[in-house]
Each structure stands twice: as structure tokens, then as C-alpha cells.
Design a protein around this ligand. Structure first.
Ligand code: SAM
Ligand code: SF4
Ligand code: SF4
Length: 371
């Protein structure tokens, strides 16, 4: 979509204040300003409940609990950030469509002209649900599809029925005014060969794009199963060829660690079910002190250190430009300016991980080595 079209869309949804804020936000990111414009996107943890037990999902190893975000949290976020908030992403470890009041959450966002997006395993997108998603003007739905065959898909997504999920996606994509649809594909040794076929499937099903993710691994054993980098490069080339022939966009992870700017700290906070504000969805998904493994190296994360405050304790605007947020923005800007001058090999990155770094310094999300 052209810049002009995007800007007109923002103007229609939120008026001039929303558009000016987005422009300011881009400028603040570019110049790494410690003070940031209002966030234009917020990621809200929706639930920690799930109907599947996927083999790669960290939810298996974390406490689950039947928790759901309360509509009053969404209402609070929308009203405090109005008219600047332009999009809510309902995400987290869990299945958003299990939330018994999910459509109420969408209605609240709609009442503030805020676009909505979420990621789903696709099992619960019945015809009735698909219609309701369209009626609630959902902007984008990301389906987790990590295989092109029943065998591979079901071995990754324990509890899901491949045929049923594909039929749910196909039905939604054929409906009038369907949201933008994307596949998310977690790359593992077991499924990587099927990536080009998944891209082809996306084309045939009317899905707009395929995005790859590298897995977060919570055990040393899992982290050893790396995919050979030459093989990966070959498969990514094939997937790109297929995407061109089928009119599907592909967003593939880089093959070597590649630091990018941290967009999240400047424009996209993550808010947990309890109302805790965390700097990003990546660190936000950890709600236990934990170890994250990358190629056998244990990376410690202390998520509590990244709690910015709670939205029920103080106004969001106070949290967003608090001393804690500003200090973290300054630190991350420094890491990035230092790291961006270097060509990174996997060996260099592993060496960096071995040190005693602050998590944002070695961030797997920012380095494109996970998720
Ligand atoms: C945790 S899920 C939550 C939404 C929904 N339950 C689903 O599976 O689509 C969000 C995304 O994370 C992906 N994911 C699952 N396990 C992962 C892992 N270990 N590392 C990176 N991404 C993972 C899922 O495939 C999905 O695309
Ligand atoms: S469906 Fe999503 S949240 Fe549930 S286990 Fe699978 S990846 Fe995790
Ligand atoms: S640097 Fe990484 S961990 Fe830190 S806020 Fe940004 S995305 Fe999150």
C-alpha cells in the first residue's frame, strides 16, 4: 500500500492528531529520542489458555492458568491512548479465540476506530466465527501454519486437524471483506523442507503473506537442533521463487544475526493480562524467571526487571515516558549504534551471548535470531 493511501487511512480512522503522532513516532525512533511519541500500536496479552500442545511452544513449559484479559483493560488502554492508538494486536502464549469475550474486546477497539490483529492456530475459526470476525472489521489475522502435509503439521501442532484448519482458513479467505491473512511458519528441522509448499498453499488459498519465525527454545536439548545454514538458504531461495509465481509476500528471517532497531520501545508496548507494561511482546511473553537457549547457550532473562509499571497504578502516559523507559531507550540506542557497525557471524553473536549482558543488548528478537 502506498504511503499516501496509508496516511489517508490513518486520517479517516483517527484524524490529524493520530497521523501527526505516527510521523513523530517514526522520527523519535530514527533519532533514538529517550522521550517517545504516544504508542500507535499496543500488543495485549489475551489469554494463557490453549486447546493445543504444540511441540515447539514455550507454553508447554510455563504455568498456564485459565487467565483471560478483562475487557476493562482494553477499554482503559483505548481511552487513555485515544486518539493516538491505531492498532491493537491480541497476542501472547495462548489461543486468543478461547477468550469467552473476545468479540467484546474487538467491539471496544472498534468504538475507538482502532484496527485489530491477532494470531491464531486456526482450529476455532468456524463459519460463525469467521462471519463475526468480518462483522467486527478485524484488520489482519495471522494463522500459524508450520507444514504443508498432514503428517508434519499435526506433528508440530499437537491436537490440531490439518484438513479442518486449512478448510477454516480457505472459508475465511473466500468471504467478502475478509481481513488481510498471513501464515506464520516456525522453522524447525522437522518442517523446514515444506516451507516452499506452504508458500504455494498460501497462494492457492488467497492468503496474502508468509512470515517465518525462528523458534525460542527453553531447553538445551531443543536448541541443538539447528538447521544447516546452507540448506536454509536454499530453501529460502525456493520459497522466494514460489512466492513470486504465486503473488504472495514472504518475510523471511535473515540467515545470520542481524541487529535491527528496537521498534517496540518507541511505539509498541506489551501489556499483560494483569496490566503490567513490558517493553515488548518478546520479553512480555516471559512471565517466569527463565532460561532461553540459543545454539546450546543459556541466555538468562529476568522479566521482572523489565516491568515498567502497571496500568491500574498510574496513567499510561506517566509510564511511557518514565525514567525507567527513558533509561532503557538510551541503553538500547547505544547497543544498536555500536552493533550496527559490525558484520555479525553466528560465532560473534555466540561470543556476545556468553558475556554478562543486559537482555536488550543481546536481544534475540532484535538480532533476528528468534521469533
Ligand atoms: C504463541 S502463538 C499464540 C497464538 C496462537 N495460539 C497460535 O499458535 O497461532 C504466537 C506465534 O508464536 C509461534 N510460536 C510458537 N512456539 C514458538 C517458539 N518456540 N518460538 C517462536 N515462535 C513460536 C506460533 O506458531 C505463533 O505463530
Ligand atoms: S496453539 Fe499457539 S499457544 Fe497454543 S500451544 Fe500452539 S503455539 Fe502455543
Ligand atoms: S531490545 Fe529486544 S528485549 Fe529489549 S525491548 Fe527491544 S525487542 Fe524487547
Amino acid at each position: 500500500m502506498s504511503m499516501l493511501k496509508k496516511s489517508i487511512g490513518v486520517l479517516k480512522r483517527g484524524g490529524i492528531k493520530r497521523l501527526v503522532n505516527i510521523i513523530k513516532s517514526q522520527k523519535d525512533l530514527r533519532f533514538s529520542s529517550p522521550n517517545a511519541a504516544h504508542p500507535h500500536t499496543v500488543t495485549i496479552e489475551t489469554t494463557r489458555m490453549c486447546n493445543l500442545k504444540c511441540r515447539m511452544c514455550p507454553l508447554r513449559t510455563l504455568p498456564r492458568g485459565n487467565k483471560f484479559v478483562e475487557p476493562r483493560l482494553v477499554k482503559r488502554v483505548c481511552s487513555e491512548l485515544h486518539p493516538y492508538l491505531d492498532k491493537i494486536i491480541f497476542l501472547g502464549l495462548g489461543e486468543p479465540l478461547m477468550h469467552p469475550r473476545f468479540f467484546e474486546l474487538l467491539e471496544i477497539a472498534n468504538s475507538y476506530n482502532v484496527r485489530t490483529e491477532f494470531t491464531t492456530n486456526g482450529t476455532l475459526v468456524t463459519e460463525k466465527v469467521a462471519r463475526k470476525l468480518i462483522d467486527h472489521k478485524v484488520y489482519k489475522v495471522n494463522f500459524s501454519v508450520d507444514g504443508a502435509t498432514k503428517k508434519t503439521f499435526e506433528s508440530m501442532r499437537n491436537g490440531a486437524d490439518f484438513t479442518q484448519v486449512l478448510s477454516n482458513i480457505r472459508r475465511l479467505s473466500r468471504m467478502e471483506n475478509a481481513p488481510i491473512l498471513e501464515f506464520e511458519f516456525v522453522c524447525k528441522k522437522e518442517n523446514i523442507d515444506e516451507l516452499p509448499e506452504v508458500v504455494e498453499m498460501a497462494g492457492m488459498m488467497g492468503v496474502d503473506a508468509v512470515r517465518t519465525l525462528y523458534p525460542m527454545t527453553f531447553s538445551k536439548k531443543d536448541s541443538i537442533d539447528n538447521i544447516d545454514i546452507l540448506k536454509l538458504s536454499d530453501i529460502f531461495d525456493k520459497a522466494t521463487d514460489v512466492s513470486k509465481r504465486n503473488g504472495v509476500d514472504v518475510y523471511l528471517k535473515p540467515l545470520t544475526p542481524c541487529p535491527m532497531k528496537c521498534v517496540e520501545l518507541w511505539s509498541r508496548p506489551y501489556i499483560t493480562i494483569e496490566g503490567n507494561v513490558r517493553p515488548c511482546c518478546f520479553i512480555g511473553m516471559f512471565y517466569a524467571k527463565t532460561s532461553l537457549f540459543y545454539r546450546g547457550i543459556d541466555t538468562r532473562i529476568y522479566p521482572d526487571g523489565y516491568n515498567m509499571s502497571n496500568i491500574y497504578d498510574k496513567p499510561f502516559s506517566e509510564i511511557w515516558n518514565s525514567q525507567k523507559y527513558q533509561t532503557l531507550r538510551k541503553a538500547v540506542a547505544e547497543y544498536h549504534s555500536k552493533q550496527n557497525n559490525q558484520e555479525w557471524t553466528i560465532h560473534d553473536y555466540k561470543e556476545l551471548l556468553k558475556g554478562n549482558a543486559d537482555y536488550c543488548e543481546i536481544c534475540h528478537f532484535r538480532f533476528n535470531t528468534m521469533c
